[in-house]
Each structure stands twice: as structure tokens, then as C-alpha cells.
Design a protein around this ligand. Structure first.
Ligand SMILES: Nc1ncnc2c1ncn2[C@@H]1O[C@H](COP(=O)(O)OP(=O)(O)OP(=O)(O)O)[C@@H](O)[C@H]1O
Length: 340
């Protein structure tokens, strides 16, 4: 873990600093695009403070997270990697935004910026209406505690020296100091049940669990503080296909019931298609295109997105029909597929 990094799930919700806009939870599953265009922040969109002084409706519609013209560089001089360049995106209360792109396109970096783990070289990040670059100390911790995190590798994100119960309870110990041990145990049992794990697992070590169970423990830990935003970075790509479905179903069901927003990073466009109301496509650290998920994936505007869509088997009859049509068209136009 890098210096200053939070252990996934320790950032959880809870008290928000004074003056921070409190976007109400949208009706579960209802997307509320915040910017003029879906997925992308309006230039000069919600400024920190504006949401606070606006009408109740402005506050409710304020994005839970907003990246505005964010650029990130790693390394120095000739070794500089431009991981993100002028990236803008928003996630509205209760909505899921899928972040897709080729490997190295900057998806995880954008997620880490939203989590306050990577500071942009330029641009601004606001979380729950507050400028993350300007808040420090207790207020920053309180803001970040509104975000739950699930990463690709549940083995790395759960401390093997702790029991499952301790792993899930840790964010409560950090952020809910007034809670008694009995209250913590009750909340842990409750959240394990939410992710469909038996309460008895609380006494076991993470290593005694299957990959799918471990990822559900990560999810329980991420949700234990009732976050308003879940950042899920490839949450199922390390799991067997059979287990992926269960974990995704649990996330979807909980999102419907609890109403948190989700920034969902995935290279699996089939999953994003099912999950996200809007999608942002990254290419070499820049936003290639963005829009409502179905429109963007079914009618990509750029060749890059078309290639991304074509690269994954999408079990969607509409997409499959379209692909068959394209193949037929290329054959009639003298394509070589027939002889391959
Ligand atoms: N800590 C770091 N130090 C140096 N370079 C980094 C660091 N983190 C990311 N990068 C570089 O930034 C670019 C974007 O990386 P990032 O991990 O965000 O891409 P990604 O789209 O999430 O890729 P993947 O799908 O393979 O996880 C890549 O060129 C990567 O090598």
C-alpha cells in the first residue's frame, strides 16, 4: 500500500464536515445526470460552495463526486507518464457510472483521484460538494469516510492477521469511536447478512474463505459505514466466472436497496452494460467518449470504442444481431473471413 493510501473500506461514510452539501440519496436505480451532458461535468460545473448555497434541489442533484479537467502525471522529466489529461466526469447521487478503456488508459488512476489517493497535477476534484484539494485533517477524513472501496484483489485488501469480523469492523473502530463492542458486532453481523454471508464467518480468517466469499467480505467492509459512494475497481476480474455473477448480483441488489452511487471500473463491457446508467470511455488518459451506456456501447461514435465493444463477447441479443449483420456486410463487400 502506498504512503497515504487508505485501506479499502476504511474510508466509509458518516459525519460530513460542516457546510458540506448533503446530496440526498436518489431513488434507488434512478440516474440523475448532473451535468449538461451525461457523464461529463459541465465546464465550470458545481463549484465547491455553490451546492451549499443553492436551492434544495441543487443540493440533491449535486454530484457525489466530480473530476473537473483533471490531469495526473507520474514520474519525472523524461520518465513522466501522463496518466490522465483533462479528464472530467461526474457521478450523481444513486447512479452508476462505468469507467472503461484499454489497459493503461487511466481507469484506476481516475478512481484513485476520486478516492483522494492521487492528487491531480491540475484540475479539481469535489467529493459531496467539497473541494478535495482544499480540505485537510479531520474534515477530509470525514469526507472520505463517505466512500466505500472494493478493489480487484480481495486477498491484498483484507489483512490476513485479522478475523473476518475484525476486518469488517475496522472502519467502525476508526470512524465510529463511540460505538460499543456489542453494537459493532451487531452491525458486522447485519452487513455480513446483507452480502449473503453467514454470521459464523466472522470468526474465521480471510484465507479460509473462497475468492467470492473474500470479495463479499471486502464489500461488507466497504458498506459497513453506509457510504454514499462505492468505488469498485474491477471488483470481479480476479474471480471465477461462476462466482462473478453472485458478487455482481449482491452489489446490484444492495445498490437498489441502499441507494449508494457507484463508480464502476471495468474492462468487461458486458458487466458495465448491465450495471451502469452512463459510461465514460478512457483512451490514453483522455475521455474518448461518454454518454448513456446503451447508446454509447451500441452506437459508439469512435473507432476506439467500437474496437472495445467488439473485443468482448457481449451476451446481448441486440449486439449479437448487429455483429452478425456487420460480419455479413463485410463478407458481401469481399472480406476474407470466409476463407479464414
Ligand atoms: N504509481 C504509478 N507510477 C507510475 N506510473 C503509473 C502509476 N500508476 C499508474 N501508472 C501509469 O499510468 C497509466 C494509467 O494507469 P492505470 O492503472 O490508471 O490504467 P488502467 O486503465 O486502470 O489499466 P488496467 O486496466 O491495466 O488496470 C499507465 O501508463 C500506468 O503505467
Amino acid at each position: 500500500m502506498e504512503p497515504g493510501a487508505v485501506r479499502p473500506g476504511v474510508a466509509g461514510p458518516g459525519a460530513v464536515g460542516p457546510g458540506v452539501a448533503k446530496p440526498g440519496l436518489a431513488k434507488p436505480g434512478v440516474a440523475k445526470p448532473a451535468g449538461a451532458e451525461p457523464g461529463i461535468a459541465k465546464p465550470g460545473g458545481v463549484e465547491p460552495g455553490v451546492a451549499q448555497s443553492g436551492s434544495a434541489r441543487d443540493i440533491e442533484d449535486a454530484p457525489v463526486v466530480e473530476l473537473r479537467d483533471v490531469s495526473v502525471r507520474f514520474g519525472r522529466a523524461r520518465r513522466t507518464v501522463r496518466a490522465l489529461q483533462d479528464v472530467s466526469l461526474t457521478v450523481a447521487p444513486g447512479e452508476t457510472v462505468g469507467l472503461v478503456g484499454e489497459s493503461g488508459s487511466g481507469k484506476s488512476t481516475a478512481a484513485r483521484v476520486a478516492l483522494g489517493l492521487v492528487a491531480p497535477a491540475s484540475g479539481a476534484v469535489s467529493l459531496f460538494g467539497a473541494d478535495l484539494g482544499r480540505v485537510r485533517g479531520r474534515r477530509r477524513r470525514a469526507l472520505l469516510s463517505g466512500v466505500g472501496v472494493v478493489l480487484q484483489d480481495p486477498v491484498a485488501s483484507l489483512d490476513a492477521r485479522m478475523s473476518v469480523g475484525e476486518c469488517v469492523a475496522e472502519p467502525l473502530r476508526v470512524h465510529r469511536r463511540g460505538m460499543s463492542a456489542a453494537e459493532r458486532r451487531a452491525r458486522v453481523a447485519e452487513v455480513l447478512e446483507l452480502v449473503r454471508l453467514p454470521a459464523e464467518l466472522a470468526g474465521r480468517g480471510p484465507r479460509e474463505l473462497s475468492g467470492g466469499q473474500r470479495q463479499r467480505v471486502s464489500l461488507a467492509r466497504a458498506l459497513v459505514l453506509r457510504p454514499r459512494l462505492l468505488v469498485a475497481d474491477e471488483p470481479t476480474s480476479a474471480l471465477d466466472v461462476s462466482v462473478q455473477r453472485t458478487v455482481l448480483d449482491v452489489i446490484a441488489e444492495l445498490q437498489r436497496d441502499l441507494g449508494f452511487a457507484c463508480l464502476f471500473v471495468s474492462h468487461d463491457l458486458a458487466v458495465v452494460q448491465q450495471f451502469a446508467q452512463r459510461v465514460v470511455v478512457l483512451r490514453d488518459g483522455r475521455v474518448e467518449e461518454h454518454g448513456p451506456t446503451m447508446t454509447t456501447l451500441l452506437r459508439p461514435r469512435t473507432e476506439y470504442t467500437r474496437r472495445l465493444v467488439a473485443a468482448v463477447p457481449v451476451p446481448d441479443p441486440v449486439v449479437q444481431r448487429r455483429r452478425r449483420g456487420e460480419r455479413r456486410a463485410s463478407l458481401t463487400a469481399g472480406g476474407t473471413e470466409a476463407t479464414a
